[in-house]
Design a protein around this ligand. Structure first.
Ligand code: GLN
Length: 513
């Protein structure tokens, strides 16, 4: 274990820590060393908190030595997406407009990680304000996919998934408004869960679209996701949309890992035309494994999913344009004075700051949102989109009358090249075609690796969706499938990822040539 701490899963690390085979300081230092070695190439982190992480680890070691009863994940380090407020640690949401902002408080989720004794390694890169599917919209440059450094690691939470895939962190926190946990998981060969809306507190999460945003775990295994879900889930009086109920029994389900007799629906509208052949092939093979394991698999139609993307791109910009109004140059981060204006008005300062501080994608969505919400257009756009949202929820309700969970490919393609879709917003938006319906309906979803696509050797993902508050079903099916896929692929897919040292030198060689 000590020789290869960063390769261990969080569950394995937790065991080693509780047996005192390793210390929390050793576990944390090993990951900090790995970050120092590879993050120059991967760029998963915007900020690494070496001192804070080691201090937290030292504290855990002392408490363990004193015989204190600690949380099972105590001493297991974690990375946090830069959209969560962390007291005393810079929090930018990937935007220039928040450069230099240091929150005076912790998000509830961050307080829970700290209470569990988990050292926070740092903050991970993301598309600006979580708008995107590649991290290329980060104001601080893109993250890179550890499978191929010339490709994107997905987005918006590409930094979190890349960190986990590159063994820089055993666990990370992501947020998923339209797919930003699940799509990066799919293209990096990792696991990502979007819990039921309201299952994890949004207090301290810098809002993109408040009715869609949900934080959740980015991990390498389903069991690790369940462990982390159990830490961060649960009711929070500080978030009025938080569900007042215990965390669903996700750990028990992950340990049971059983699909026998389960009814599983393949969503007819997801996974057909427009999906890469290898993504479809690995999906179909995974479905066959579920059949072989005794699940009852049927095709289910969700006819309104066809309109999900269109509805999302009205609802999301509408909510985002209103949420982003608070970046007014008065309270947080950047303040730019207009050039050549003596004694500028507050409005002029605000305009100059927003012009300089927001990137193109953010501006595009603010314009879309304010347009959709303007009087005269409100009913035609925002109102209509809300009606579609209701129809999508009804599709889910009807489907879950017939089946326990739904499955589909997570993303239509494997990781694309950096720059490939940057100039074509619609091509970028289409990445989330299969993940968005769950956000619109508030139901939970998980992506796990389904294999490597034959045409490019890159990871593919399968998505599992369950009814609201039944998150445990994701874990039961996910863990069962993970076990079968591990037999099929001879262990964890990430064991087949190229060595980052080789990739880095290949890129350096190319740059020299
Ligand atoms: N890619 C989607 C978007 O750009 C999803 C983003 C997210 O889930 N934060 O809106």
């Amino acid at each position: 274990m000590t020789s290869d701490i960063t390769r261990a899963s969080a569950a394995e690390l937790a065991d080693a820590l509780s047996r005192k085979d390793i210390s929390a300081v050793e576990a944390t230092q090993a990951h900090l060393d790995r970050i120092a070695a590879v993050d120059g190439a991967v760029h998963a982190f915007l900020h690494v908190d070496t001192d804070g992480a080691l201090a937290a680890a030292k504290d855990i070691d002392q408490r363990r030595a004193a015989g204190e009863d600690l949380h099972v994940l105590a001493g297991v380090p974690i990375a946090v997406k830069d959209v969560m407020a962390t007291k005393g640690l810079p929090t930018t949401a990937g935007s220039k407009i928040l450069e230099g902002w240091v929150p005076p408080y912790d998000a509830t989720l961050v307080s829970k990680l700290k209470a569990a004794g988990m050292p926070i390694l740092g903050k991970t890169n993301m598309d600006e304000f979580a708008m995107g599917s590649s991290t290329e919209h980060s104001a601080y440059g893109p993250s890179r996919n550890p499978w191929d450094l010339e490709r994107i690691p997905g987005g918006s939470g590409g930094g979190s998934s890349a960190a986990v895939a590159a063994f820089e962190a055993p666990l990370a926190i992501g947020t998923d408004t339209g797919g930003s946990i699940r799509q990066p998981a799919a293209v990096t060969g990792t696991v990502g869960t979007k819990p039921t809306y309201g299952g994890v507190s949004r207090y301290g999460l810098i809002a993109l679209a408040s009715s869609l945003d949900q934080a959740g775990p980015c991990t390498r295994t389903v069991l690790d996701a369940a462990l982390l879900h159990s830490v961060i889930g649960g009711h929070d009086p500080m978030d009025s949309t938080s569900i007042d109920a215990p965390v669903p029994p996700v750990l028990e389900a992950a340990r049971r890992a059983d699909v026998k007799g389960m009814r599983i629906g393949v969503v007819k509208e997801l996974g057909g035309e427009g999906y890469q052949a290898g993504v479809r092939q690995r999906f179909e093979e995974s479905v066959q494994l579920l059949v072989d394991a005794g699940a009852e698999v049927v095709e289910v139609s969700c006819p309104h999913f066809e309109y999900a993307l269109a509805a999302y791109y009205l609802i999301l910009p509408s909510e985002a344009s209103s949420n982003l109004a608070k970046f007014d140059a008065m309270r947080y981060g950047l303040r730019v004075l207009p050039e050549g204006v003596d004694d500028p008005s507050a409005e002029q300062v605000m305009a100059a700051t927003r012009e300089a501080g927001f990137g193109d994608e953010v501006k595009r969505r603010i314009i879309l949102g304010t347009y959709a919400l303007s009087s005269g257009y409100y009913d035609a756009y925002y109102g209509q989109a809300q009606k579609v949202r209701t129809l999508i929820s009804r599709d889910f309700a009807a489907a879950f009358e017939k089946v326990d969970v739904l499955v589909s490919p997570t993303a239509p393609t494997t990781a694309f090249k950096i720059g490939e879709k940057l100039e074509d917003p619609m091509a970028m938006y289409l990445n989330d075609i299969a993940t968005i319906p769950a956000n619109l309906a508030g139901v939970p979803g998980m992506s796990l690796p389904s294999g490597l696509a034959p045409e490019d050797g890159l990871p593919t993902g399968i998505q599992i969706l369950a009814p609201a508050t039944k998150d445990e079903r994701l874990y039961g099916v996910g863990a069962a499938l993970e076990g079968m896929l591990s037999d099929r692929w001879g262990g964890h897919l990430l064991a087949q990822a190229p060595d980052l040292a080789d990739l880095t030198s290949a890129i350096a060689k190319e740059a020299r040539a």
